[in-house]
Design a protein. Structure first.
Length: 191
């Protein structure tokens, strides 16, 4: 399983995956994580990645060209590998455990586009993204934290990532319809 993240803040990812179960999986090569600085795909001396929205509207959005170039370069670096391009957006489909399971089971890498400012030019959603995902009904300042949530939730479902003591087979959302109740931490013991 490989994740390829496109962001203007690549430095946010190393600390987030420096410790814990996912860090171990990355060190062991079970999970691959590539972090790509969007500015490296922008033209011009100032490597500008933002612009006014195509068709109007307030604020600034990411221009489409650097994002298309970044995705093209990632795909060209490993043409044999199938990949799915995910655009993170509060307006996307709600990410949940069933989507995490689908990604973990698919034999393809996930290219994750993190927006900033007022989001990403519409042409990315229309012509490049395979899916648009939201991690919840709230608005973050950028897609990086959302990407980390997706990477964490998908990675831990990859065989070999969790130790037997941490098995994903009997946990919340896995047996929702069975007679075994979901594991929930009572409020009193969480406080
Ligand atoms: N103007 C946008 C709107 O009203 O929907 C919000 C843009 S938000 C400030 C900037 C970026 O953060 C988005 O492009 C997206 O990548 C990310 N983001 C914010 N909230 C998110 C959420 N709930 N789920 C996934 N990504 C989110």
């Amino acid at each position: 399983m490989r994740f390829e993240v496109i962001t203007i803040f690549p430095g946010m990812f190393a600390p987030a995956f420096a410790e814990g179960v996912i860090a171990r999986a990355i060190r062991q090569g079970i999970v691959g994580l590539g972090v790509h600085d969007l500015r490296e795909y922008a033209e011009g001396r100032h490597r500008k990645v933002d612009d006014e929205p195509f068709g109007g509207g307030g604020g600034m959005v990411f221009k489409p060209e650097p994002i298309f170039s970044a995705v093209e370069a990632i795909r060209a670096s490993d043409p044999e590998r199938r990949s799915r391009c995910i655009l993170l957006s509060p307006q996307g489909e709600r990410f949940d455990q069933s989507i995490a399971r689908r990604y973990a089971a698919a034999d393809e890498s996930l290219i994750i586009v993190c927006g900033r400012y007022e989001g990403v030019d519409e042409r990315v959603r229309e012509h490049l993204a395979d899916e648009e995902l939201s991690v919840g009904d709230f608005v973050l300042t950028g897609g990086e934290l959302a990407a980390m949530i997706v990477i964490d939730a998908v990675s831990r479902l990859i065989p070999g990532v969790l130790g037997s003591e941490e098995s994903a087979a009997r946990e919340s959302f896995t047996r929702m319809c069975s007679t075994i109740p979901c594991i929930r931490v009572p409020r009193s013991s969480a406080e």
